[in-house]
Design a binder for this molecule. Structure first.
Ligand code: NAP
Length: 300
């Protein structure tokens, strides 16, 4: 079998197009422009790249975008004061604090200072609780993007066996909640899981969110299963020239694609969906804040 490639790049462009249409309608019919504020503390190069591309795409769909760049040694009280200002600014519908934060800042405290209604990353403890109890919440962007691709590919996920490898708060755990919400039978695997290969072999759906390059080989995959690769790992690529690198996922793409029914590539799979879902969440937050109907198909 050769797997169908789930084209996250194309899907993300479609989602961004839908968001842009809704934004244009909000402006025209209600004179409302959704707005996203992104807060970056420090100079982490990867975070700077993410923040720049988030800002660019926010503007491209017609939303307001604000970037707050703070020094690496910003006192916690100053960061909390900024979040308080953004919480109370009616033009701001979404607030994202780029992680990781410098070590002297308490990440949990900072995230839980964001108004849950504006928490477009879905990391606030209230949103975690709402998601876990099946209530309307802000859903973390990366797992939301994975869910959208799975629903698009399969239609109903009901009754499917899903294995999520990884139990982080930002990917693994919310992914498992979303799959459970769609009536999958869900297993969460992690570094202490015994006989991981056998666990993965049972799965109709495998979501790999580990951070270990090409850890999942093709012979762990049940023939015809759907493989969602969340991992983004940069490895040396001497074949491209001295000092060159390339991105790979957490699954060994070629061997898995030879067995799976469908698979997401890296790059071009989950990554682009994450930013598209951030924009979708900002739109959803804006609609909720203004008592307007939420766009369909853009949240869980
Ligand atoms: P994380 O917080 O480091 O969590 C990794 C998880 O993998 C942990 O639960 C860990 O288990 C588990 N793990 C580690 N080694 C394992 C092993 N040998 N077998 C089974 N499980 C193992 O990572 P994360 O933030 O969830 O991110 C995971 C990957 O997704 C990274 O490559 C990251 O770059 C990528 N990512 C991509 C996007 C995107 O937009 N595409 C977004 C977020 C993250 P323990 O809990 O037992 O330690």
């Amino acid at each position: 079998m050769t797997a169908t490639i789930i084209d996250g790049k194309a899907f993300a462009a479609t989602v961004r197009g839908q968001v842009a249409e809704h934004v244009a309608r909000l402006k025209q019919e209600h004179d409302i422009t959704p707005g996203l504020a992104v807060v970056l503390v420090g100079e982490d190069p990867a975070s700077r790249v993410y923040v720049r591309s988030k800002g660019k795409m926010t503007v491209e769909v017609g939303m307001n975008s604000w970037e707050h760049k703070l020094d690496a040694d910003t006192p916690e009280a100053d960061l909390l004061a900024l979040i308080d200002r953004l919480n109370n600014d009616p033009a701001v519908h979404g607030i994202l604090v780029q992680l990781p934060l410098p070590k002297h800042l308490d990440e949990d405290l900072v995230i839980n200072a964001i108004d849950p209604a504006k928490d477009v990353d879905g990391f606030h403890i209230s949103n975690v609780g709402l998601l876990g109890t099946g209530q309307k919440s802000m859903v973390p962007c990366t797992p939301l993007g994975c869910l959208m691709m799975l629903r698009d590919h399969h239609g109903s996920l009901s009754g499917m066996d899903a294995v999520v490898i990884g139990r982080s708060n930002i990917v693994g755990k919310p992914m498992a909640q979303l799959l459970l919400g769609d009536s999958c039978t869900v297993t969460i695997a992690h570094s202490r899981t015994k006989a991981l290969a056998d666990v993965v072999r049972r799965a109709d759906i495998v979501v790999a969110a580990v951070g270990r390059p090409e850890m999942v080989p093709g012979d762990w995959i049940k023939p015809g299963a759907t493989v969602i690769d969340v991992g983004i790992n940069r490895i040396d690529a001497p074949e491209k020239g001295e000092g060159k690198t390339r991105l790979v996922g957490d699954v060994a793409y070629d061997s898995c694609a030879a067995v799976a029914g469908a698979i997401t590539p890296v790059p071009g799979g989950v990554g682009p969906m994450t930013i598209a879902c951030l924009l979708a969440n900002t739109l959803t937050a804006c609609c909720r804040a203004n008592g307007l109907a939420e766009p369909e198909g853009l949240t869980a």
